[in-house]
Design a protein around this ligand. Structure first.
Ligand code: MN
Length: 240
């Protein structure tokens, strides 16, 4: 009886090796799980559920197959695939979760998040986040043609790449005050998130209560997963 957590695969047709590992994961380890949680940035970008890319069709079918095999799949938006919608959920059978999402797991109070909302030191990014998560903005964007959305996404990726080169490490990591506030408000014992691509287990105290922050890694060079059972959570690398 285990629950699996992954995030930050950043799947795209241009990096087929990540997809190959993900498909093997869905047909392998994930089959024995009680549930699979995907905590955002499954895809490098998402222009809308109507994207006709055959690459996405393969991924969607594989996720659907896991659900059909009896393993419920939960999905939380990341900053790259925030445009994933109800049509995708219907096609894949995933349940879309809000961010953050509290979960009781084998007796522990867990708070799930993608993690980007906790990076409050990056003020400029938080402004972009507020804009793109506004339902009206998203509806406006999704009303554009596929070509227009592709062009917009390409430009946004370019800008984000140039920007991250000039940013200091600490600015793009989570803010400890934001982390402690989220833990305090939710009463969580463990905060589990991705986004920063800095896989680690951080023990600390909030109001003298021992807590942990577990960070999932990205899948660029290898996989990263948290496997959780009665014995607690384990952060694991998945060699390619
Ligand atoms: Mn992210």
């Amino acid at each position: 009886m285990t629950t699996l957590f992954i995030s930050d695969l950043h799947l795209e047709a241009e990096r087929p090796e990540i997809g190959v590992q993900f498909l093997a994961f869905l047909q392998g380890r994930a089959r024995d799980a009680d549930a699979l949680y995907i905590l955002g940035d499954l895809f490098e970008s998402w222009i809308g559920d109507d994207d006709p890319s055959p690459y996405y069709a393969v991924i969607k079918a594989a996720v659907r197959e896991l659900g059909n095999a009896g393993v419920p799949v939960f999905f939380m938006h990341g900053n790259r695939d925030f445009a994933i919608g109800e049509h995708f959920a219907a096609e894949t059978g995933v349940t879309i979760l809000p961010d953050p999402h509290p979960l009781e797991l084998y007796g522990a109070n867990v708070l799930l998040s993608h993690g980007d909302a906790l990076c409050t030191d990056d003020v400029e990014y938080q402004q972009v986040r507020a804009m793109t998560r506004n339902p009206e903005w998203l509806a406006m964007m999704l009303s554009k043609s596929i070509e227009e959305r592709q062009a917009f996404t390409m430009q946004a990726r370019q800008q984000s790449m140039e920007r991250s080169k000039s940013l200091q490490e600490e600015i793009t990591d989570v803010n400890q005050d934001a982390v402690e506030q989220a833990i305090r408000e939710s009463g969580a014992d463990i905060l589990l998130h991705g986004h920063t691509h800095r896989p680690a287990v951080h023990p600390f105290h909030v109001d003298e209560r021992p807590v942990h922050r577990i960070v999932l890694g990205d899948w660029y060079e290898q996989g990263s997963m948290v496997e959780w059972d009665e014995d607690g959570p384990r952060l694991e690398e998945l060699p390619r």
